[in-house]
Design a binder for this molecule. Structure first.
Ligand code: PAF
Length: 275
């Protein structure tokens, strides 16, 4: 695997690479990332990944400084799964001067759910992804459904800017007990790790109830929040939305998704389940 820390070096190396299939990451790879990289193999001639912890998408009180940085282990995993090129720029390469131009996603999609609790998060994500797309110039990019709202916003960004990139969703990978794999799971203590699958179970109850015909979605959402609160969590939202645009569903809409975010101790976990 070739490692590039400049945009110019990356672009030179990718000349003649054929159809480029791209998986952007912030590192600290787990099986969820690896699955996206495997998926990428099937969609292009050359798999390119990136590793960049993007300051722009962290709030002032969030974990930018402590976000796990595991470069050597990440490189080994990427090479083993067939990533041909890794773009891992330093901060100076990505933001040589303070980033003054941003991609501002539609507030109707970016200021709800995650965006309500992480103001500016999707602006930071969309801006860095646009810049990564410009550096890598992929034909295909794979984004995990674990970050459901991110996937929707990137898809819409690509459509609205007519970028010639196919966005492919990757399924969420779960531990045996249902917990969605996430780099932030590493923050959990042993006791919290044992408790963590409750988020998935509470959301799955909502999903099962909808499948069984329950249409009082507000009651289901509140039930899940109450269950989490009773077990010591601080739930931020459990919400049933339309898969397409994450807006509130009308009475008989199908194609729904249950989304949730909650704090367990100081660790913020998110999950979602399509119905
Ligand atoms: O999902 C992530 O890991 C990040 O948000 C991304 C897409 C790499 C942008 O920094």
């Amino acid at each position: 695997m070739q490692i590039h820390d400049t945009i110019a070096g990356l672009r030179t190396a990718l000349k003649g690479a054929g159809r480029i299939s791209f998986v952007p990451t912030m590192g600290n790879l787990h099986e969820g990332h690896i699955a996206l990289m495997r998926q990428a193999q099937a969609h292009g001639d050359t798999v390119v990944s990136s590793l960049f912890v993007n300051r722009l998408q962290f709030g002032p009180k969030e974990d930018f400084d402590t976000y796990p940085r595991t470069f050597d282990a990440d490189c080994e995993k990427m090479a083993a799964v067939g990533v041909a090129h890794l773009f891992s720029p330093g901060e100076k390469e990505m933001y040589p001067t303070p980033q003054a131009y941003h991609v501002q996603p539609d507030p109707a999609q970016a200021d709800i759910l995650e965006g309500e609790f992480r103001p500016g998060f999707f602006r930071g994500v969309a801006t860095v992804v646009m810049k990564l797309f410009s550096a890598v110039q992929p034909q295909v990019a794979i984004f995990g459904k674990k970050d459901y709202q991110q996937l929707m916003i990137i898809r819409n960004m690509v459509r609205q800017f007519a970028l010639p990139i196919e966005i492919i969703p990757g399924d969420t990978v779960r531990a045996e007990d249902g917990l969605a794999l996430s780099s932030r799971n590493g923050y959990l203590s042993e006791a919290e790790r044992a408790e963590a699958p409750r988020l998935y179970r509470a959301m799955d109850k909502v999903r099962q109830a909808i499948l069984a015909g329950e249409r009082d979605l507000a009651r289901l959402e509140q039930g899940a929040m109450l269950e989490l609160r009773a077990s010591g969590w601080i739930p931020q939202y459990v919400a049933v939305r339309k898969q397409l645009d994450l807006q509130l569903p009308a009475a008989h809409d199908s194609g729904l998704v249950v989304l949730g975010a909650a704090l367990l101790g100081s660790t913020r976990l998110i999950d979602n389940l399509e119905v």
